[in-house]
Write a protein of this length. Structure first.
Length: 189
């Protein structure tokens, strides 16, 4: 039993040295990417987007992202300028439809679902008229900040938007690596 503890400590020390050596290698940068919704959170970690109280059917909210890198040699953050951020969400709408909206989680669901106050059904018709609830792309500025507009309808009250953003990760060893993150946003009054 006495021999196991020193062996365990030596193994743990070797692994930590390998990890530190990896972080202090020739390319010490690691991608830092986050969505900054600028909204309050509830106790479950969901962000809360209140609808306009002035009676308008459409609510617009600016959402930000941060793209940067953590430098392990200098122990600081480096902002990434001119990085493209791709935005997607799971909710869509049609311009003249005031009764409902459409839901589809990209990469996870095959069909669009039409949602109204009293029912929902699978929609398999023309999707070219769909409006996205979020702009498709943004570019980071000199501070690493990008932004997009989130547009929701009053008929979406009570639903949850899964807002996703992705950017290219140039700091690792994978030539075609994109990092996607998501945040859940509940539409409230």
């Amino acid at each position: 039993m006495r021999i196991k503890w020193p062996i365990l400590l030596i193994v743990m020390m070797l692994f930590s040295c390998v990890w530190l050596d990896d972080k202090l290698s020739d390319d010490p940068l690691e991608l830092v990417f986050s969505i900054l919704p600028q909204l309050n959170q509830n106790g479950d970690g969901y962000y809360l987007l209140p609808l306009n109280s002035d009676g308008k059917q459409v609510t617009n909210h600016t959402v930000y992202s941060y793209v940067g890198a953590r430098d392990y040699n200098k122990l600081k953050y480096v902002h990434s300028e001119n990085k493209t951020v791709h935005w997607i969400s799971n909710l869509f709408w049609v311009t003249d439809d005031t009764l409902g909206y459409y839901r589809k989680r990209i990469r996870f669901e095959q069909d669009y679902r039409y949602i109204t106050a009293d029912t929902s059904f699978i929609y398999s018709g023309d999707t070219t008229a769909f409006q996205k609830t979020v702009g498709c792309c943004s570019t980071s500025d000199e501070d690493g900040i990008g932004s997009t507009i989130l547009t929701v309808l009053s008929s979406m009250l009570g639903d949850t938007i899964v807002l996703e953003a992705g950017t290219f990760d140039e700091y690792d060893n994978f030539p075609e690596d994109t990092l996607y993150i998501s945040v859940p946003i509940i539409i409230t009054k």
